[in-house]
Ligand binder design. Structure first.
Ligand code: OAD
Length: 225
C-alpha cells in the first residue's frame, strides 16, 4: 500500500520534547516573531541561536519512542513517504529512512548569504562563519514563518498518489501542512488522524484515532503488518 504520513510535535512529546501550542509549550515562553521569523533573526541573532541551541541539546538527549519505532517498521512493509514538521532526528534514530523534514532540521546549518548547507555544531553563534563563503551569516537550517517549506513538490505528489494519508500529533494550525488532508481527500485518498486532542482541521479526515502516540501508532501500524 502507498501510505503518506505527516508527523508533528505530538509524536515526540512522549520523548520529552515540548510541543508548541500546549499550555506548557514552546510558544508560551517564546514569541514566534522573535525566534521563528527571518525578521526576528535579523533583530537578535544571539537570542535566536540560543533558542535553537537549547532545542538542539534537548533533541539530542531525547530518545525515540514506540511511535517513532512503529513507523520505521511500517516502512519495511509498505511504500511509505514519511513527512515530518519536526526538526528533531527521532524518526531517523528510531530506524526510519529518507525522512522528509519539511520545516528543516536542528542538525543542519545554512548560510543566509550563499545558501551553503553543512552539519550544525552543537552550539551555533552569530560569529560563526560560513565554511563556503566566510560570511558571518550562519543560521539554523530551519524553515521560519514567512519562508517556503522544503520538498513541497515531492510531498504534493506523494499525497496525490497515496492510498492512505495519516496525520499524527499535529494541531492543524500551520499551512501548508494543515492543508494536506484536504488536498489528499480531494484526490480520493482516505485520510486518518491520530492525535491526543482534536485538531483545527479534524473535519478534513475520514476518521480519528484519539490517544497518546506511543500507544495509538503501534496499534494502528500492527493492523497493517
Ligand atoms: P502543535 O504544538 O501545534 O500541536 C501538537 C499536537 O500534538 C496537538 O494536536 C496535540 O494534541 C498533539 N499531542 C500532544 N501530545 C501528544 C501525544 N502524546 N500523542 C499524540 N499527540 C499528541 O505542534 P505542530 O502541529 O507540530 O513550525 O506544529 C506545527 C508547526 O508549528 C511546527 O512545525 C512549528 C510550529 O510553529 C515552525 O516552527 C515553522
Amino acid at each position: 500500500m502507498r501510505i503518506t504520513v505527516l508527523t508533528g510535535a505530538g509524536i515526540s512529546a512522549e520523548s520529552g520534547l515540548p510541543t508548541f501550542r500546549a499550555s506548557d509549550g514552546l510558544w508560551e515562553d517564546h514569541r514566534i516573531e522573535d525566534v521563528a521569523t527571518p525578521e526576528g533573526f535579523a533583530r537578535d541573532p544571539e537570542l535566536v541561536h540560543r533558542f535553537y541551541n537549547m532545542r538542539r541539546a534537548a533533541a539530542s538527549e531525547a530518545q525515540p519512542n514506540a511511535a517513532h519505532r512503529a513507523l520505521a517498521q511500517l516502512q519495511d512493509h509498505h511504500d511509505l513517504t514519511l513527512v515530518t514538521q519536526n526538526v528533531d532526528a527521532l524518526h531517523e534514530r528510531g530506524g526510519s529512512r529518507d525522512v522528509i523534514h519539511m520545516h528543516g532540521a536542528l542538525d543542519g546549518a545554512l548560510c543566509a548569504e550563499c545558501d551553503h548547507r553543512w552539519p550544525a555544531p552543537a552550539i551555533m553563534s552569530p560569529d560563526d562563519r560560513c565554511p563556503n563563503c566566510a560570511a558571518p551569516a550562519t543560521r539554523p537550517d530551519i524553515v521560519w514563518f514567512g519562508e517556503i517549506p522544503y520538498h513541497m513538490d515531492r510531498i504534493w505528489t506523494a499525497l496525490e498518489g497515496a492510498d492512505l494519508f495519516v496525520a499524527i500529533g499535529t494541531s492543524g494550525n500551520v499551512y501548508p501542512a494543515a492543508g494536506f488532508a484536504q488536498h489528499a481527500s480531494r484526490n480520493g485518498v482516505e485520510c486518518v488522524e491520530l492525535n491526543l486532542q482534536t485538531s483545527m482541521n479534524a473535519r478534513d479526515f475520514d476518521r480519528q484515532i484519539m490517544g497518546p502516540a506511543s500507544e495509538t501508532v503501534p496499534e494502528w501500524v500492527a493492523t497493517l503488518l
